[in-house]
Design a protein around this ligand. Structure first.
Ligand SMILES: Cc1ncc(COP(=O)(O)O)c(C=O)c1O
Length: 343
């Protein structure tokens, strides 16, 4: 059978031989004591790149986001967040469950933003009936969509003027940075904290880094320990992150081109495809075709989360030849002529 082509997510990449060599060679120490030189190097590198005073290494993006929310908000505070945001929808409500922080979910616009008017209406007055609204959390990219710097500035300026703080889930922020061709500090202007994932498009096996002020990172370090994220010789993971920053940032443009290529091929089949902005393609699959198409692709070694709204991700392990092979398998699916002509 031909090698697996995994379009489910950009989290499925395996570390390259060169990344593994960097991990094997990493100098390490006990990071709970702050003694791991490679972790310290990764933290300093990211803080410097993004123009933040401090950075903190976490095992996962979920924990990095949660520690950030818990550092900004006290028990009983509220944070504003998109209905579709990862921290609200895909992290088991950790902010509420573990942080005692009330989420105020708000409708996302089609471009992934939350309108400033909607944000304005959601901020609660200082009144004994309400949870104090403390924080706005945004995500970029959001389902592969890039939030515009102008929007981010307007939203963060507005909430700062209302006394709120701001957090950015930047799990895929480097995709936005590469897409827009902007410098890292410009991508985080207006945010009091930012979480960057190394294990998505950047291709590291694990790890996220939280950026913030000295005070915020000190608080987050305490929460990280309480949440079970105090790792010991974590330099082996941080080395993968440093390698990824050095070698896997610019190449994200390749993933974006492959996503466009994939989208164009699917469009030619007559499918309704949303033009991708970065590495994520959304395509509508007729309901009656979902399970048969999923099985057809799986038989050909293609893993894809086929659903009515299918999300396909391109990444380090889907070079153009694999995208081409995946498209060929889509083309060979016998159900199209019937399914699409009936639409
Ligand atoms: C936008 C976004 N934020 C946060 C996370 C959480 O990252 P992790 O899987 O490392 O916990 C993910 C994971 O896919 C994500 O897509």
């Amino acid at each position: 059978m031909s090698p697996i082509i995994d379009l489910r997510s950009d989290t499925v990449t395996r570390p390259t031989a060169a990344m593994r060599a960097a991990m094997a060679a990493a100098e390490v120490g006990d990071d709970v004591y702050g003694d791991d030189p490679t972790v310290n190097r990764l933290q300093s590198a990211l803080a410097e790149r993004f123009g933040f005073p401090r950075a903190l290494f976490f095992p996962t993006g979920t924990q990095s986001n949660l520690a950030a929310l818990m550092s900004h908000c006290d028990r009983g505070d509220e944070y504003l967040v998109g209905q579709d945001a990862h921290t609200y929808r895909y992290e088991q409500g950790g902010a509420a469950v573990l942080g005692s922080i009330q989420p105020q979910p708000l409708e996302n616009e089609r471009d992934g933003s939350i309108s400033v008017e909607r944000i304005a209406r959601a901020i609660k007055p200082a009144d004994v009936h309400f949870a104090p609204t403390r924080l706005l959390a945004l995500e970029n990219t959001m389902g592969g969509r890039v939030l515009s710097p102008a929007y981010l500035q307007a939203a963060t300026d507005y909430v700062h003027a209302r006394g709120l703080r701001t957090h950015l889930d930047g799990a895929r922020l480097y995709n936005a940075i590469v897409k827009l061709g902007i410098a890292e500090p410009a991508a985080v202007a207006g945010f009091d904290s930012v979480s960057i994932c190394l294990s998505k498009g950047l291709g590291a096996p694990a790890g996220s880094v939280l950026l913030g002020s000295r005070e915020l990172i000190e608080t987050a370090r305490r929460w990280r320990k309480a949440l079970g994220g105090g790792m010991r010789q974590a330099g082996v993971l941080a080395a993968a992150g440093l390698y990824a920053l050095e070698h896997h940032v610019k190449r994200l443009a390749e993933d974006h081109e492959n996503a466009e290529y994939l989208a164009a091929g699917l469009h030619r089949l007559g499918l309704a495809v949303e033009a991708p902005q970065t590495n994520i393609v959304f395509v509508d699959i007729p309901d009656e075709q979902v399970s048969a198409l999923r099985a057809h692709l799986a038989e050909r070694g293609i893993l894809a989360s086929i659903a009515q709204l299918t999300r396909l991700a391109t990444h380090l392990d889907t070079p153009r030849a694999k995208i081409e092979a995946a498209l060929q398998a889509f083309r060979e699916y016998p159900g199209w002529s019937r399914g699409l002509s009936e639409r």
